[in-house]
Design a protein around this ligand. Structure first.
Ligand SMILES: [Zn+2]
Length: 132
């Protein structure tokens, strides 16, 4: 089903996502450097050498508690950039409606409109309050 994304300023959000990805890459490298085990040091080198786009792939198989939040965000950003490439960015993956631009400003990785996100979180995480 074709979804209208004309109202979404794609280059703006693309820039936001790329900037966030670079910042996260730096945070992850720093976290790996701080933990001075040999494994982490080697991983830091691999992360350092990784292209921006392959960072998510590299981190996908890692299960490092220290950076799990950052890794999850890298995955979210990677998914958002795929939606930009697919021209579905800014459309809710559940109902297809445009996602409010204020919501995208606050959460550029948002993949659902507010109503669907609330429904999703009620269904899968009933104890957690919905994100904006
Ligand atoms: Zn929706």
């Amino acid at each position: 089903m074709a979804q209208l994304t004309a109202s979404v300023d794609i280059p703006h959000f693309d820039n936001m996502l790329r900037a966030r990805l670079r910042a996260l890459g730096a945070e992850i490298r720093e976290a790996l450097r701080r933990s001075d085990t040999e494994t982490y040091g080697e991983l830091a080198g691999r992360v350092h050498d990784a292209e921006e786009e392959s960072l998510a792939d590299l981190l996908t198989d890692l299960n490092l508690a220290e950076i799990s939040r950052e890794v999850q965000e890298v995955r979210d950003i990677d998914a958002a950039m795929r939606r930009i490439a697919d021209h579905t960015y800014g459309s809710c993956i559940d109902c297809g409606d445009p996602i409010d631009s204020a919501r995208l400003e606050a959460y550029p990785t948002a993949k659902r409109c507010l109503a669907c996100q609330r429904g999703h979180e009620l269904k899968f995480a009933p104890t957690r309050p919905p994100k904006l």
